[in-house]
Design a protein around this ligand. Structure first.
Ligand code: BDR
Ligand code: CA
Length: 328
């Protein structure tokens, strides 16, 4: 078996971020070095608390968690409460967090990990790119230590926050522009491919059938998410965006990519935050990204369910949901 790929997930949990963390925690092909948080789906205090809750469910007691930027680089934060609820992770009842956040800014933790790890580290942002842009501008000396950035964001087609723009890129277009122009090897897993990862009732039943706490949490997260996607967009089942980026790292064969130039629209009157993907090279610009175009859906779900199964854990239904995870 090959050596696990060292990764850091930079996230804003978020239902699908939670599944991304659980996938990375349970799959032996990646070594999760840290979880960093940013404002996005909810405010930073909530996304950080949610990351601590998910790490607790995953048994990730030794993996550092650090909070990063509380707002985008330029515009004020607009959270996705209509999608992820008041807590950012509405639906399941979580046990009290057994881990606390490090007293260190996420960007400093990222820089320290990149500088100190013997191998290049892959960054997996599943949220607005504020932390990653700040890392690249404040710590350019560690850019060469990034193996790759494999992000969930953007789309080759339409958006979900505006007709043109996807949420993560739309929330902080200036940060995304810095990242896409950085020259760091980059893979973009956008809505065009994450919409192929639909959590059908059959998928949810597989999580329930595990009979474990992580399995229950996944099923309940997906139950809430199903309601959101039915109500807001008329989807028959909810797409889980963020685990697709993790899946691309743990088995590149799961997600087919093509090389293309991607620009982030910063000024469009109707299109701010859109990713302009030159799939056919019509502009003659050199590619700056690998762009995901297809997902092996059945194999993806097999891998996702296997990872959650590998976490084990009892049924855990009786745990009191107390504590805010912000102190010892
Ligand atoms: C992205 O936006 C968030 O709501 C999800 O967590 C995902 O990262 C999808 O557009
Ligand atoms: Ca997310």
């Amino acid at each position: 078996m090959s050596v696990p790929v060292p990764i850091v997930i930079d996230c804003d949990p978020g239902h699908d971020d939670a599944l991304a963390i659980l996938l990375a925690a349970g799959d032996p092909a990646v070594d999760l070095l840290a979880v960093t948080t940013v404002a996005g789906n909810q405010t930073l205090d909530k996304t950080t608390l949610n990351a601590l809750r998910v790490c607790t469910v995953a048994g990730l007691t030794e993996v550092p968690v650090a909070a990063g930027c509380a707002s985008p680089l330029v515009e004020p934060l607009r959270v996705a409460e209509d999608v992820h609820g008041v807590s950012g992770l509405d639906g399941p009842r979580f046990p009290a967090p057994a881990v606390v956040a490090r007293p260190e800014h996420a960007v400093d933790l990222l820089a320290r990990i990149l500088a100190g790890h013997p191998e290049p580290v892959t960054l997996v942002p599943t949220a607005p790119l504020t932390n990653i842009a700040l890392l690249l501008t404040r710590h350019p000396e560690v850019a060469g230590r990034i193996g790759e950035i494999v992000l969930m964001g953007g789309s080759t087609e339409r958006g979900n926050t505006t007709p043109a723009a996807e949420f993560n890129i739309h929330t902080d277009p200036e940060a995304a522009d810095i990242v896409f122009r950085s020259g760091v090897p980059l893979t973009m897993c956008g809505l065009n491919v994450t919409h192929q990862a639909l959590a059908t009732p059959e998928v949810v039943a597989r999580f329930e059938a595990l009979g474990t706490e992580p399995g229950r949490i996944c099923a309940e997260l997906l139950g809430f998410f199903a309601g959101t996607y039915r109500r807001l967009w008329g989807f028959p089942a909810p797409p889980v965006h963020d685990p697709v980026a993790v899946a691309r790292v743990l088995d590149p064969g799961l997600v087919t990519c093509v090389d293309a130039h991607v620009a982030v629209e910063l000024h469009g009157r109707h299109t701010r935050g859109a990713t302009v993907v030159d799939l056919h090279g019509t502009l003659g610009r050199p590619p700056n990204a690998r762009v995901a175009v297809a997902l092996r859906t059945d194999a993806f779900w097999d891998r996702m369910v296997a990872a959650v199964a590998a976490l084990g854990g009892g049924p855990g239904r009786g745990a009191p949901a107390t504590g805010d995870g912000t102190g010892p």
